[in-house]
Design a protein around this ligand. Structure first.
Ligand code: KG4
Ligand code: ZN
Length: 356
């Protein structure tokens, strides 16, 4: 190999991921172990369980990614690992493993910010230059930022309470969607998207959050409240037990998805206008990047397409596989940092993880 090679390791939440990339962004080997099934059974992530599963799997995941790439640890140029933000117990497993690994093989260590990695993954697939606007929507985060450089992000808005994906997951759980045969292996957001296809969103006109707030922040807990109250009312009307509403689950899913999409689109529209007014984006082919687990939702993508079309931005959305958590995005962030010589530490430096 003449190119520099980076091993990326991700354990910030419920996915144990590893990947080896070359300097151009070619994925030489990758492996991902998802804990989704276990957490679906317990109705949410229990941090100590996630930690335990990361511990069980990390060695195998990293070895598998290395083996598939045909790269020996000695050939690596650096190891990049998520150190923030995320669940402390989960982050700790990847960090401890990585620090032991870089010391053993005497390799530089690159601490990675999980959200920055999400934001920059698009550059592995498309040759887009800085700056660009990015909307990240996942189970843990909802934020709007201008990516100005590998380590330069201007945060325009974030969620004031819960993340979009978290809301979708909670609504799905409240409707017991995972008990539907066709949803048993889906995340809450995927289940909502599937049910919404046969639903009428107009039956439940939920209020779009923050209509009067003149910033680019998000809020989803009020919407979740509206949805929960509606479900309770319907359950009472129909005399069915909690979580067994069947008659209008599709309509509620469609209305929830529509309101989340509208909220995301409106805040993004504000952000675009703000960027334009302040010269934060290039005049020539400005770009909006949509990423995070929720970005794989086709209805939400459509809403963002309308916004980007009307404001003259090119919309880029990495394929679902790269929108959700994985080792590839961490390795790519490592590659970008290695290229610019930013944030590269010698093997013997003690690094702490930062949940926030
Ligand atoms: O990025 P991700 O894999 O993990 C983090 O949260 O970092 O995102 C997972 C989130 C979950 O909340 C899940 O319900 C949501 O993304 N999600 C979706 C869809 N697929 C996954 N939400 C809406 N529509 C989807 N198709
Ligand atoms: Zn993520």
């Amino acid at each position: 190999f003449c190119s520099r090679l980076v091993l990326g390791i991700e354990t910030s939440c419920d996915d144990t991921g590893a990947a080896v990339l070359d300097e151009k962004g070619a994925i030489l080997g990758e492996y991902l172990h998802s804990q989704k099934e276990v957490h679906l059974r317990t109705g949410g992530i229990i941090p100590s369980v996630a930690q335990c599963l990361h511990r069980e799997n990390i060695n195998h995941v990293v070895q598998e990614a290395l083996q598939r790439s045909g790269v020996e640890p000695s050939q690596l140029s650096a190891v990049a690992t998520t150190v923030k933000p995320g669940l402390g117990l989960s982050l700790g497993v990847g960090l401890e493993f990585s620090q032991r690994f870089v010391r053993q093989h005497n390799k530089p260590f690159i601490p990675i910010h999980h959200m920055e990695a999400h934001a920059l993954t698009v550059r592995m697939l498309h040759p887009i230059a800085f700056p660009f606007l990015v909307l990240l929507v996942s189970g843990g985060h909802s934020l709007l930022a201008v990516a100005r450089g590998v380590d330069d992000f201007l945060l325009l808005g974030h969620t004031l309470d819960e993340a979009a994906g978290d809301t979708l997951d909670k609504v799905a759980r409240r409707l017991s969607l995972t008990k539907h045969p066709q949803c048993s292996t889906l995340s809450g957001g995927q289940a909502i998207e599937l049910l919404a296809k046969d639903g009428d969103r107009k039956k439940f006109p939920f209020r779009t959050p923050m209509g009067q707030t003149l910033d680019c922040c998000f809020s989803f807990s009020g919407l979740r409240n509206q949805v929960t109250m509606t479900i309770m009312k319907k359950e009472a009307e129909e005399g069915v037990e909690k979580g067994t509403l069947l008659s209008c689950a599709n309509d509620i899913a469609a209305a929830t998805q529509h309101t989340v999409a509208t909220h995301l689109a409106k805040r993004t529209h504000r952000a675009i206008l703000f960027c334009k007014a302040n010269g934060l984006l290039p005049l020539n082919s400005p770009t909006l990047v949509l990423s995070g687990g929720v970005a794989s939702n086709q209805y939400i993508r459509k809403a963002l397409t309308i916004i980007s079309d009307t404001t003259g931005l090119q919309l880029l959305c990495p394929p679902a596989k790269f929108c959700t958590d994985n080792g590839v995005m961490i390795a790519w962030n490592g590659v970008e940092r290695l290229r610019e010589g930013k944030g590269i530490l010698p093997p013997n430096v003690d690094v702490c993880y930062e949940p926030k």
